[in-house]
Design a protein around this ligand. Structure first.
Ligand SMILES: [Zn+2]
Length: 280
């Protein structure tokens, strides 16, 4: 390998943001906050340790994921409740908002829809910021722990990775086989997980989540949502996942309805305006 004489000059080129997001539609956070203030709890679902819980949230309602009993990370999937081919698009959410999400940022849906599915309205871990290792919470960089990678790296047959938990929960909810449900499981929002990339090798890392019982992340549902949350077998993800080794706790998902009229002026977002002709 030959290092070019202008190597340092090339490295010194300043980066530009791939997707400047100043032109994104801005959510009315004050309206959402006022609606949340008067909202009433309509249901509670528990994701048991190493299992997933399924919930439905109508457009214009809220859902809140809460840590209970002990520090625990959750893997979240979201679908359009009427058409599960529209689902959370973690890669595009990352491209638009960065590696980790917090209050005011949104979870975007897959092509050809590309619209906000949910907006984060409360994040009790918002104080964490970015730590000395480059770690932060609620990432859209991990995929979800899964039995295929476990088998690839360790030859294991483990059935309670988040991928399998989400597959089982969706299959049971829809009354379909695991084989039919599995293709609908997708890359997640890692709720409460503390992750980053190492500076020296660029590897994906995790560390003990700062989450404590009572911490929560609250979303406004922009469209009718079907959701599933897996209580990751990694527990707080301080050491390992894809096994039964870690201490693992349940998580709670609460759904909330605002008072009638609390969202006057709000409209559920339309699908992407791209005409889909692709130049043909
Ligand atoms: Zn997991």
């Amino acid at each position: 390998m030959t290092i070019p004489p202008d190597a340092e000059a090339r490295r010194a080129v300043k980066p530009v943001i791939c997707y400047p997001n100043e032109t994104l539609p801005v959510p009315d956070l004050a309206l959402y906050a006022a609606a949340l203030e008067g909202a009433k709890v309509t249901g509670t679902v528990i994701a048991p340790p190493r299992e997933a819980g399924v919930f439905e949230v109508p457009a214009g309602h809220f859902f809140r994921i809460r840590s209970i009993e002990g520090p625990q990370v959750g893997d979240l999937n979201l679908w359009n409740a009427q058409d599960i081919s529209e689902r959370f698009y973690s890669g595009k959410t990352r491209a638009l908002h960065g590696t980790h999400v917090t209050t005011g940022e949104r979870l975007w849906s897959s092509f050809p829809n590309l619209r906000p599915m949910a907006t984060i309205v409360e994040d009790s871990l918002g104080w964490y910021g970015i730590d000395q290792y480059g770690g932060s919470v609620h990432d859209v960089i991990g995929t979800r722990c899964d039995p295929y990678t476990g088998n690839l790296l360790a030859g294991s047959q483990y059935h309670h990775c988040c991928h399998s938990n989400l597959t089982r929960a969706l299959a049971q909810h829809l009354g379909i086989s695991a084989e039919a449900a599995e293709p609908h499981v997708h890359d997640v929002l890692n709720v409460f997980m503390c992750t980053g990339f190492t500076r020296d090798t660029g590897q994906y890392f995790m560390k003990a989540s700062p989450v404590r019982p009572g911490d929560h992340l609250t979303f406004f549902a922009e469209i009718d949502l079907l959701g599933a949350l897996s209580a990751c077998p990694g527990g707080d993800c301080s050491s390992e996942h894809s096994s039964d080794e870690a201490a693992c706790y349940p998580m709670e998902i609460e759904t909330l309805a605002p008072e009638p009229g609390a969202l006057d002026g709000w409209q559920s977002p339309q699908r992407s305006g791209y005409d889909r002709s692709h130049g043909l």
